[in-house]
Design a protein around this ligand. Sequence first.
Ligand code: ADP
Ligand code: MG
Length: 222
Amino acid sequence: MVKVADLGFSYPGGDFRLRVPALTLDDGERLAIVGPSGSGKTTLLNLIAGIFRPNTGRIDIAGTDVAALPDAARRRFRASTIGFVFQDFALLDYLTARQNILYPYRIAPGLRLDAAARARAEALAEASGIADKLDRHPEALSQGEQQRVAICRALVTEPKLVLSDEATGNLDPESKTRILDLLFARAEEAGASVLAVTHDHELLPKFDRVLDFAEFRQGRPA
Ligand code: ADP
Ligand code: MG
């Protein structure tokens, strides 16, 4: 599903360097990334999602070299293939929870907002415990509720790859397990792979593989 090779990236003007010699994620695989703050985990997810472009190397997703795509094509590819749960949720204040969940349909030309998509949004909200909050704006939701909206938005398009950046960080222990189970169940139904950055060590046994980013960056391939 994902194949990263000889990846190099630095922020313009910054002194942080990310180097990823090799990283692969199989179809349907659930990989957790753990590692110290500032080690480049969020940067890597942004590169895989095609939000940033690497300076060197390749990132193949389902056989497409995303780094080589022009901007518009990369955005289209991302919207149709990848669900991203951002560390800071990235919800839009002026939209309700329901509109936020359905937002991918506003921006991706290839996605159709039909009855099935609306039903998926309702079902995801129900399963994650926010069905009664769908008409609220983010400001009227708790951090944990906003996080669930962000997770529903990442799953509503049935993406083949789910990238998740500390997606359970603001939830109580019971909700963490429930939300991760939901994410895995939906991913399995869609045949999707999951790449999740997490600090929740109690959740790690649920993953197929755990990558320690600190060790990994020393050059150990994964
Ligand atoms: P992590 O998610 O593992 O905490 P990040 O990928 O967010 O780490 O950050 C890795 C490094 O890149 C840090 O040193 C951070 O300060 C730096 N960094 C992150 N975003 C930017 C940016 N937009 N411009 C310059 N440096 C950045
Ligand atoms: Mg981060």
